[in-house]
Design a protein around this ligand. Structure first.
Ligand SMILES: *Cc1c(COP(=O)(O)O)cnc(C)c1O
Length: 394
């Protein structure tokens, strides 16, 4: 009998293979954050890789709300929502999120990853079909697999391909899930067309709006409202609290039948500790600011337009994105790493995104803009990009 393979040795071997392919991931410590500036290894860098799109993560109103609530209630919630961890700060935040997104109810989860896993595991059963855009976030793909549904992926943004996949399984209960704004590409899903398709096919539409909430829509309601759609078109809406809202956590919003069902069956909701109530209080302050301070969105969209204009003039490999995520497509992983290193030498923090996070041959610099940036910051980034090693055309 051959000896049993050792799991840790196998893991080490896989890590070594990543290293050899030039794809090893490394953790680096950020020592300080000051708006868009970060300090790493004692050096100040201007960061273009945070998802704090509205510049709220360090806002004094959020910090004050967090402190006040922690003074009153302490830090940890002590238990799961259903056991005794559900405090008035959670309830108030859920109500505000439902109202903001035009939904009957909202239910908090500790992270977006858990929200998607729990929602899909509660909604889907073996034999169901889950149709998804190829570029959906990893947790949507994992969620369908965890639920045991048949996962069918369609070409990015291709509504006809999605229609064919639904038609192939015309008899099965079906969920069509898509990112509202794609996390590595920044483009927006064809939501109105997908909603029409789901209506025709009797499928349920789920949108993950992690990068749309706060950024899109008149009052930051997100990509779904911005597309002119409501709860009937998109019955399952998920969004996160750790991006434009500058906090942490997530919610799922929709009709009461959805949130009641999640409360009964979503295992990542039931069997986990409720988020700290002080965090819910801070997030409520963030929601109020995101709704009221339209200037943050206007400033952000001004910076997006400025960046795109400048990048076009420089002939940089821009992708067609109208949102805060402005990737430059460099192709191979090495080019992306070299460009990121060259930028770091010039004082900018921009992360290279490599496979398997993005498809082979589509490594990129994922540049993100924020209302915390100034026009001069964007101009200086463009100037540095014009000197960075040029990508091979892809
Ligand atoms: C970030 C992200 C998530 C995960 O949210 P977390 O709260 O960070 O776990 C889910 N979906 C998309 C599209 C994301 O970008």
């Amino acid at each position: 009998m051959t000896p049993r393979p050792d799991l840790l040795a196998r893991l080490a071997l896989h890590a070594q293979q990543r290293e050899q392919a030039g794809l090893r991931r490394r953790l680096r410590v950020i020592e300080r954050v000051d708006g868009p500036w970060v300090e790493r290894d004692g050096r100040r860098l201007l960061s273009f890789c945070s998802n704090d799109y509205l510049g709220l993560a360090q806002h004094p109103a959020l910090v004050a709300a967090l402190k006040r609530a922690a003074d009153d209630d302490g830090v940890g919630s002590g238990s799961a929502h259903l056991i005794g961890g559900h405090r008035s700060a959670h309830a108030a935040l859920e109500e505000a999120l439902a109202e903001w997104t035009g939904r009957e109810r909202a239910l908090l989860f500790s992270t977006g990853y858990m929200a998607n896993l729990g929602t899909m595991q509660a909604l889907l059963e073996r034999g169901d079909v889950c149709v998804q855009d190829k570029l959906n976030h990893a947790c949507l793909l994992d969620g369908a697999q965890l639920a045991g549904a048949e996962l069918k992926r369609y070409r990015h943004g291709d509504v006809d391909a999605a229609a064919r996949q639904l038609a192939n399984r015309g008899d099965a209960p079906a969920l069509l899930a898509t990112d509202g704004v794609f996390s590595m590409d920044g483009d927006i899903a064809p939501l109105a067309e997908l909603a029409a398709l789901c209506r025709r096919e009797g499928a349920t539409l789920m949108v993950d709006d992690a990068h749309g909430l706060g950024v899109l829509g008149e009052r930051g309601e997100g990509s779904v409202t911005d597309a002119g759609l409501g709860q009937n078109d998109v019955p399952v809406l998920m969004a996160t609290l750790g991006k434009a809202l500058g906090c942490s956590g997530a919610f799922v919003a929709g009709p009461a039948t959805l949130t009641d069902g999640l409360l009964q069956f979503a295992r990542t909701y039931i069997y986990t500790t409720a988020m700290p109530p002080a965090l819910a209080a801070a997030t409520l302050a963030a929601v109020r600011l995101a709704q009221a301070e339209g200037w943050r969105r206007e400033k952000l969209h001004g910076l997006i337009a400025r960046f795109r204009q400048g990048a076009r003039e420089l002939g940089l490999p821009l992708m067609p994105s109208p949102t805060a995520i402005q990737p430059l497509l460099l192709g191979d992983a090495r080019s992306a790493m070299e460009a990121a290193q060259a930028l770091e030498q010039r004082g900018f923090l921009v992360t290279a995104i490599r496979p398997p996070t993005v498809p082979q041959g589509q490594a990129r610099l994922r540049i993100t803009l924020s209302a915390a940036h100034e026009e001069g910051d964007v101009d200086r980034l463009l100037e540095a990009l014009s000197r960075a090693p040029r990508a091979q055309p892809v």
